[in-house]
Design a protein around this ligand. Sequence first.
Ligand code: BGC
Length: 761
Amino acid sequence: MPKINFIAVLLIVFSFTAFAQVKSDPVIEDRITEIISSMSVKEKVGQTCQITLDALFVRDKDGKVEAPGQIDPVKLKEAINEYGIGSILNVSWHTFDLEMWDNVISQVHAPFKNGEVKAPIIYGIDAIHGVNYTVGGTLFPQEIGLAATWNPSIAMRFGEVTAYETRASGIHWNFSPVLDLGRQPLWSRNFETLGEDPFLVSEMGKAIICGYQGKGGIGSKHVIACMKHFVGYSNPTSGRDRTPAWIPEKYMKELYLPSFKAAVDEGALTVMINSGAVNGIPGHINYNLITKTLKEDWGFQGFAVSDWEDFIFLNNVHQTAEDNYQAIISAINAGVDMSMVPYNPHYKEYCSLLIKAVENGDVTNERLDDAVRRILRVKMMGGLFDKKMNQLKKYPDFGSDKFKAIALESALESITLLKNEGGVLPLSSSSKVLIAGPTSDNLIFLNGAWTHTWQGANTNFNTVGAKTIREAFTEKLGAENCSFAQGAELYLDKDFEATRLVEMEDFKTKAGKSDVIVLCLGEYPSTEKPGDIRSLNLDSQQLELAKAAYATGKPVVLIMVEGRPRVIRDIVDGADGIVQAYLPGDYGADALVKLLFGEENFSGNLPYTYPKYDGVIEFYDHPRSVARSKSNHFKAYNPQWDFGFGLGYSTVEYSNLRLSSESISGSDSLIIEVDVTNTGKMDTKEIVQLYVSDLFASVIPTGKSLKGFDKVAIKIGETATVKFVLSEEYLQFVDASGNWVSEPGDFEVSIGELLTKFELK
Ligand code: BGC
C-alpha cells in the first residue's frame, strides 16, 4: 500500500506571531504630514465622515430614491467639496450593474481627480459572500459555509475572487470578513461568522484577508479588508442583534480577541466597531479595547470606522451620551476614527459638532490628526490616490466560468453530511425523486441576506442562470423523474419568520409516486435586527412536513438550508439522510446534486456545535463540569452533532499517533504525527483535527481546544501522514490575574479517537 507523506505543518499561534503587520512607510508618512498640515479643521473633520450613497441620490416628491438611482450633482458637490467628506458606503436599495457602478464611482472620484479636494473618497461595500451588490458577481457560500470547508486555501481563493470583482465594480474597500466568534446560535448573524472556535476563525479569517489584500501590498485586483465587529458583538446575551454582551476578561482574551489579533498581524487595514455593548460599555466608547488593546498593544496602524449610525446610537439607544455632541466626543476620544453617520442632514450636524468639539478642546487636535493620518494612510496604501482608478476593462474575468468553478468548489467542500442510514445516499440517477420543502425552489434561500439587497429576500434580483435545488435536480434527472411539491412556505408575518403548510394533498400524492423524498427545510433570509427570532427550534410546520414525509414510508433526505443551527431533534430519527447546506450561494444547488448522487464526496465538517435542545447551548470546549449529569439517563452535554463532525462516503482510519517526545520545556517544539488511511471505496478529503487538553490548571481548564487542523486528500487505500508542530505558546491560557501563562503538568493530545499524553516541564 503506497504511503504518502503530507506535511501538514501547523506553525501559527494566533496570539503571538507577527506576519505582514502594516508598517508605516516613511515616504507615505511624509506625504501624509504634508497633506494634513495643509488642511483646515473642517477638511480634517470631513475626512472622518462617511455617508451612505442614498444621501446623494435624487429623490422624488415623496422623498423616495428614483430607481435605478441617480447622483444629484448639487448634493455631491455639497458633501465632497463643501463638507470634504472622506468616505461613501453602500448601494442604494438594490444591486447595480457594472456600468452603474462605474458611473457612481467616476462621479464620486471626480472632485479629487480634478484637484478640487486634497484626498480621494474611500468607497466601502459589504461584499461579504462575493460582490453581492453587483449584477453578475460570483456568489459564494456565506462565511459559515466557508468555515465548514476547514480549508484556508478555499477561503483565500474566495477572498481573491471577491476582491477582483469588487475592484471591477470600482470599489476599494470591503466591509469583510466578520471575525466575530459564533457562540450565540440565536443571533441573526451567526451565518456571517466563521463558527465557534477561535483557532478555526483565526486561520480562515487570515486566509480571507490574504485573498482580499494580497501578499505584497494592495494591487489593482485587491481590496482593503475590514475586520468586523470589534469586539464581542456576536454574543448578545438575549440572542437579539445589537443587545448587550457580558464577556469576562478571560473569555474576551481567550475567545473573542484572538481572531482580530491574527487579522491585525496579517495586515488587515481597517476595523469596524461593535454596535452593541460589552460589560455595559458600548463598543464605540470602549477606550481600553479600541485604543489600548487594538492600537497601542497590537500596533494597529489602520483606521477604525463606526458601524451604522452608531455615534447617534450612543445618545438615543445606549444612553451613554446626553446629546450628539457628547456622543461624538466619547467615540472619537475612545479611538473611533471615522463615523458612518450616514444620512443627510445628520452628516452635516456631525461635521459641525466635531469642529466645535475641536475648537472647545473636547477633542484634541492631536486626536483628530491621528484619525486623519490613519485614514489617509489606508487611502494611500489602498491605491486611492492613484488618479487613474476605476478601469472597467481591466477585469475580464468578472463573473467568469473560472470564478464560478471556485464558488462551486467552495460549496462542494462546505456542505456537510450529518446522517446517512441504510445507504440512502448516494442517490441513484435512475430513481424518481420528489423535491419538496420551502427552501427547495428559490435562490434567496441558498444565498441568505446580503444578496442583491440587504435582507436578500427580494426574488427579482436572483442571478440569471444560477439554479435552485429543484432546477438542479430536474436538470440531473429529467422532468419525468423529478417531481416537485413545495409542501410549506416561509414568509414574514408582522416582521417575524413564519411558515404555512401548502398543498399537502399534492405533496402526499407525489411522495407516494416517488422512490425518495429530498425535503429542503430551513430559514427565511434575514440579518441584523430583522433577523431576530424568539426560539431556536425549527417551527412546528416544517417539523410537521417532515413527519408527513416520513409517514409515506419513502426514504427521506433532509436538506437544511439555514444560517443558524435550528433545533431539529424531533425529526432527526425519522430521516434516512440529513445534509447541512448552510447558505451555499448561487452554486449550492449544483454542489448538492453532485454530492447527493455521489459524483463528489462530502468533505465539509461542522464549524459549530449543533444543539439538540434550545435549553442546552454549550460548546465543544466546555469544561468538565458542564458534562456532569444528574443521573446516567441524563447526558448533560449532549449536542445533536459535535463541532468538527461530518460524514463522507468513505471510511477513514486513524492510527499510530506519535509524539517526538514525552515532554517539552522552554522553547522546545513537539512534533505530533498521525497516519490517516482511506479504508473506503471513494477518494476522500479528511479534516484531521488536533485537540489538546490541559489536565489540571490553577483555573478551570477547557475540556479540549482545537490547536491545529489540516484537510488532506486521500485516495482509496492510501495513507497520509499528517504532522503538527506544537510549542509552549499553544498551551497558554489566561489565569486568574488576567495574564497569559502556561503551567507545568500533563496535557492530553487527541486526534480522531486516538489519545496520548505529554508533559510540560
Ligand atoms: C452592519 C455592518 C455593515 C454596515 C454597512 C451595519 O448595519 O452591522 O456589518 O458593514 O451596516 O452596511
